[in-house]
Ligand binder design. Structure first.
Ligand SMILES: Cc1ncc(COP(=O)(O)O)c(C=O)c1O
Length: 400
């Protein structure tokens, strides 16, 4: 048995994306910046991919789409664009949330060395950053607000339009890391009115190492790579055209099939959640409904998440204990800490992330494997036995 339930880490590339990439590599191998016929053929493929993607993400004009190497680069460039905006207008504060992806949090650490004050607001217990909280800390000195659209560990969706309106009221730019949202839930840059948005192809069945930075017309993106004048002088380097074409094909498929995929994947998630919650002392992290269709995160009291992952892996099930970038470290999840989960519970978590390729039968297999593994691990757990005997207080009830 082999079941993939780690789609938030990366997705399997689609056949269409792969074929589009191969065709493009073979037929459009010229450099889009070259004036000759081969170059112009490649230029026109690049132009077409930018138009397709611009339309699919609700850009005002296709030129607002900058192609990058993925989510981490887009996030870094977005943050540095906020820094440049602050330097231009004499503002030196950036606001973000404490449960962002490390791509944002570590870029912000760097920004502090440039004399910027960084304020991180906590999401509530339901995994949602409330606009009122942003209101409390924002002021005219704020250059940028950066809040993710969907959290990569627990899947909760943030009120981006409202948060963005608060930022704009104070003349701050607004960036959203939409890496876990694009291709999974409806998103329109125009409708949300965001200034900057990051996306990554490998999260929606596109290739790795290619992504999008949306930059609203009129905003000058800061360069973080120095070189030529590609991407309207904002991201130097010969464009990775086959990957860009593959990304456009994958996003088109994801958006065209979004309604039915959302319904199907949500139904799988609900079924799996229901089965897992038949176990005692289990918590689903984050709001039950305001979430992307495929991501769910549970805490199982009395066991270590890593042990559970290994047992699932031995049964052919690939899952995760949080972000792929932090797995391997035994530190508790910064996301679970940010939503206020008691320390004793932050180690026993499991992230499952489904896609439209999963089947109902796989969901039953995953549920069975989890229930059996948790029971087995608990039978060997001192903590669990102390909870059962009343020697130790359960933390689950107070965490709900
Ligand atoms: C929310 C979020 N932001 C950024 C990234 C980084 O994207 P990439 O792997 O394309 O650099 C990820 C990847 O897991 C993510 O989940």
């Amino acid at each position: 048995m082999s079941i993939y339930a780690d789609n938030a880490a990366t997705t399997k590339i689609s056949k269409n994306a792969l074929e589009t990439m191969n065709k493009c590599a073979e037929n459009c191998f010229g450099n889009p910046s070259s004036p000759h016929a081969h170059g112009q053929k490649a230029f026109s493929a690049l132009y077409s991919a930018r138009n397709v993607i611009g339309t699919l993400i609700g850009a005002n004009v296709a030129q607002e789409v900058v192609f990058t190497s993925g989510g981490s680069e887009s996030d870094t460039q977005a943050i540095m664009t906020g820094v440049a905006y602050g330097e231009k207008y004499g503002k030196n504060k950036i606001i973000s949330s404490s449960f962002e992806h490390p791509a944002v949090l570590n870029a912000l650490k760097h920004v502090k060395t440039k004399g910027f004050e960084v304020v991180l607001i906590d999401p509530d217990r339901d995994g949602i950053v409330k606009p009122e909280k942003l209101e409390q800390v924002i002021d005219e000195n704020t250059a940028l607000v950066s809040i993710m659209t969907a959290n990569n560990e627990i899947g909760t969706i943030q009120p981006i339009k409202e948060l963005c309106a608060v930022a704009h009221k104070h003349s701050a730019l607004f960036h959203t890391d939409a890496v876990q949202a694009i291709g999974h839930i409806p998103f329109s840059a125009k409708e949300m009115n965001v200034d900057l948005m990051s996306a990554s192809a490998h999260k929606f069945h596109g290739p790795r190492g290619v992504g999008i930075l949306y930059v609203k017309a009129g905003i000058q993106p800061s360069k973080i790579i120095y070189g030529g004048h590609q991407e309207n002088d904002s991201r130097p380097g010969t464009e990775n055209l086959p990957a860009i074409a593959g990304m456009a094909a994958a996003l088109k498929d994801s958006v065209l099939n979004m309604k039915q995929n959302m319904e199907y994947v949500s139904s799988l998630r609900k079924k799996l959640t229901q089965q897992i919650l038949t176990l005692p002392n289990v918590l689903l992290n984050g709001d039950e409904t305001k979430r992307v269709p495929g991501i769910m995160n549970f805490v199982f009291e009395g066991i270590e998440g890593e042990a559970l992952l290994l047992m699932l892996d031995s049964r052919g099930i690939s899952a995760s204990s949080g972000s792929a970038c932090t797995s391997g470290s035994l530190d508790p999840s910064h996301v679970l800490k940010a939503i206020g989960l008691p320390d004793g519970l932050t180690h026993g978590n499991l992230r499952l992330s489904l896609s439209e390729e999963n089947t109902e039968e796989e969901i039953d297999e995953i549920a069975k494997a989890i229930i059996e593994s948790v029971n087995k691990l608990r039978s060997m757990s001192v903590t669990w036995n102390e909870i059962l005997s009343g020697k130790r207080k359960s933390e689950i009830e107070s965490a709900k």
